[in-house]
Design a protein around this ligand. Structure first.
Ligand SMILES: Nc1ncnc2c1ncn2[C@@H]1O[C@H](COP(=O)(O)OP(=O)(O)OP(=O)(O)O)[C@@H](O)[C@H]1O
Length: 343
């Protein structure tokens, strides 16, 4: 196992009183996988990431990376991990190349190894002439690619990415997903925090969902959705023949796995166990009844259904909306980042 955590607890003391960020977290992450740590804002994702990357100490519990204890063998851990925080750790006044070189030297790499590695990473991330521009002139997506390259300078086997696509437009987000998938193809383990449900679903082999400092569910996205057991919903917008459609209702209700059939205006909805399997049968029934079908959609249960069932609240209502990346001025980020760079 590449990452193991047991009983991790962390409470922050703030002026307003104690904030329990992690209330006993257990995790096991196999190597060579993309592991998603999904939860709404404030759930505890960054706190756990900082503990696993040796930047913060838990109040209780133990964690190991590649078999090394994060508290007592921090140097060993730091050699094996890369961490891209929400702030990115990139100095925006310097060029990308200067950032990469600085990072490599801080990691103790020789000059010749640094030059070779910067060249490799430049090719790999298509950075090219972007490397010689000041970082502040780069787009959000280019900036994230540079931050990812910086995290990879010392060839870590485990990458921690804290909200890697936060604030990016959909195109740049999908580009970055490809880069993250390529890390797995190279054999790295990726631990990724996100509050984007579709990102967790599309990218991760396995997921843990955290809420209020507690893991509420863990498994592959498909297994979590199966566990919830929600039906697919087929929605058919009908044209002429709407009135006649009710004549077919008994047969529609008799379709295998159908649990509920109802109308919303001119849209017929069927809640059914396996929508893909039932869809052709449903369309044949409607056709036989002389009903004009204008459009059809099939929606499968999503991770939002999993969150709803496990917590009793909807994910989107929990502040999981768009937000800006945290700046480097986030509490104790600067001082702690120095620890990792100095490793
Ligand atoms: N330095 C700190 N002092 C006091 N409270 C803190 C501190 N850092 C985090 N917290 C609180 O601990 C809880 C967990 O925060 P954390 O940043 O780990 O959540 P998160 O899941 O990463 O959120 P986000 O998605 O917004 O990044 C929140 O209630 C947060 O306000």
């Amino acid at each position: 196992m590449e990452i193991e955590a047991e009983g991790i607890r962390k409470t922050y003391l703030s002026k307003a009183g104690p904030v329990e960020a992690l209330a006993g977290v257990d995790l096991v992450v196999p190597s060579g996988k993309i592991f998603g740590f999904l939860g709404p804002n404030g759930a505890g994702k960054t706190t756990l990431t900082r503990i696993l990357t040796t930047l913060s100490r838990p109040d209780a519990g133990r964690a190991r990376i590649a078999g090394f204890d994060v508290a007592t063998q921090a140097q060993e851990v730091r050699r094996r991990i890369g961490y891209v925080s929400q702030a990115g750790g990139v100095d925006s006044g310097m060029s990308g190349r200067a950032n990469l070189v600085l990072q490599a030297r801080l990691q103790g790499m020789s000059k010749s190894d640094t030059v070779a590695r910067v060249g490799e990473l430049s090719d790999r991330f298509g950075l090219g002439e972007l490397l010689d521009r000041a970082v502040k002139t780069l787009s959000g997506g280019q900036n994230r690619r540079l931050a990812l390259a910086m995290g990879l300078v010392h060839r870590p086997s485990v990458m921690f990415l804290d909200e890697p696509t936060l604030g990016l437009d959909p195109r740049a987000r999908v580009d970055l997903w490809q880069e993250i998938s390529a890390l797995r193809a190279d054999g790295s383990t990726v631990f990724l925090t996100t509050h984007y449900l579709e990102e967790a679903d599309a990218l991760c082999d396995e997921l843990a969902i955290i809420d209020n400092g507690t893991i509420v569910s863990q498994g592959s996205p498909a297994a979590l959705k199966r566990e919830v057991g929600s039906d697919d919903v087929i929605s058919v917008t009908v044209g002429a023949g709407h009135a006649r459609a009710d004549g077919a209702r008994t047969e529609i209700e008799a379709l295998a796995g159908a649990n509920r059939v109802w109308w919303e205006g001119d849209v017929l909805r069927v809640s059914i166990a396996d929508g893909g399997e039932a869809l052709p049968h449903l369309l044949r029934l409607l056709d036989a009844a002389g009903i004009e079908v204008r459009s059809v959609t099939l929606s499968a249960p999503g991770l939002d259904d999993v969150f709803l069932q496990k917590t009793g609240r909807s994910f989107s209502a929990e502040g999981a909306s768009e937000q800006k990346p945290k700046g480097p001025d986030k509490a104790d980020e600067k001082t702690d980042a120095g620890q990792l760079q100095g490793a």
